[in-house]
Design a protein around this ligand. Structure first.
Ligand code: GDP
Length: 311
């Protein structure tokens, strides 16, 4: 089965782990968000690509949901001693990834090639594609002005009011090599349970992506990151509100209109099924909160078993 997943970070990592637990890894292509990439201490950090890479390599810190398991932060401490900014947590071993990536990018290697090499070195098995080789930066407007996504999310701990969100550079950025093909040629495209505004939104803002999703002959399904009236974790609710979307599975469906055909929602949200049908989206009820590997695999099976004949 040719399987393509559109992914942010922590929520996506869990479903992707489930997918490779039940399908051969080589069947999976992941299109990763780079809208929240940042330059920290002169290094190019790609938080969502790294979360997905580490998850599929079996090296993600399960408790935090980001970074490497068994990590230490001695370099961060030492940078603090030097008066450098320390709000973005870079672990000692994680730093190797950023050093490796930054050097390659400075030598002119595209991000997609660096990402492929990191996947090979870390024995990921699946293909991970950055959404674009060109820089796209998600920015958040607050009452005090525009912040980069990481300034908003990590430095301000998402505790400031969001008035607007933009994807700087997206309109002029081409999808990375293989991205559009992997959507068009997939038998199943799954939009992971990721933040619709700041993880999936930047991917959708690239030219050609929404058209490819609308035109693909494969099934297109998403898993809701919202259960009841709130995100499972993180600021997706606040960001959806800022975009004028209801904070519910209905808001997720609205964010993915008009190409979304199937949305996997939590059993507790069964009352939303008629409203979703009204939007042209078939709802499938499941247990969508993944708290252990069994639940990750179980949800992956639900997604893989969706019946195309019902769409
Ligand atoms: P990040 O924001 O860059 O870490 O990455 P994501 O966008 O992939 O992850 C955050 C989103 O995942 C949030 O909107 C959460 O509500 C959602 N999420 C996290 N864990 C789960 C889960 O177990 N199930 C579901 N359905 N959504 C989840």
């Amino acid at each position: 089965m040719r399987l393509t997943a559109i992914a942010g970070g922590t929520g996506a990592a869990k479903l992707l782990r489930g997918l490779v637990a039940v399908r051969p890894r080589h069947e999976l292509t992941v299109i990763g968000n780079t809208g929240d990439d940042a330059e920290i201490w002169g290094l190019h950090v790609s938080p969502d690509l790294d979360t997905v890479t580490y998850a599929l390599a079996g090296r993600l810190d399960a408790g935090r949901g980001w970074g490497l398991a068994g990590e230490t932060f001695r370099c961060l401490e030492a940078m603090g001693d030097l008066g450098a900014e320390t709000w973005f947590n870079l672990g000692d071993r994680d730093l190797a990834t950023h050093l490796y990536r930054t050097r390659a990018l400075r030598e002119g290697v595209p991000l997609s090639a660096v990402t492929a090499e990191l996947c090979r070195r870390l024995s990921v098995g699946a293909r991970i594609l950055p959404m674009s080789d060109a820089p796209v930066r998600t920015r958040v407007r607050t009452p005090d002005g525009w912040l980069s996504f990481q300034e908003y999310f990590v430095r301000e701990k998402a505790q400031v009011q969001v008035l607007d969100v933009e994807y700087a550079g997206a309109a002029a950025a081409s999808p990375a090599p293989g991205v559009l093909e992997s959507i068009r040629e997939a038998e199943l495209v799954v939009v992971c349970p990721s933040n619709p505004v700041t993880s999936v939104g930047p991917v959708l803002a690239l030219p050609g992506i929404a058209d490819a999703l609308a035109a693909t002959r494969g099934r297109v399904a998403a898993v809701s990151p919202i259960v009841g009236g709130a995100a499972v974790s993180g600021p997706a609710g606040e960001l959806m509100r800022a975009r004028g979307l209801p904070v519910s599975a209905v808001g997720v469906a609205a964010a993915y209109a008009p190409w979304l055909r199937t949305l996997v929602i939590d059993r507790r949200d069964a009352a939303l099924v008629p409203e979703l049908a009204h939007l042209g989206v078939r709802a499938v009820l499941a247990d969508i909160v993944m708290t252990d590997p069994e639940r990750e695999s179980a949800l992956a099976r639900v997604v893989l078993d969706l019946q195309p004949s019902l769409e």
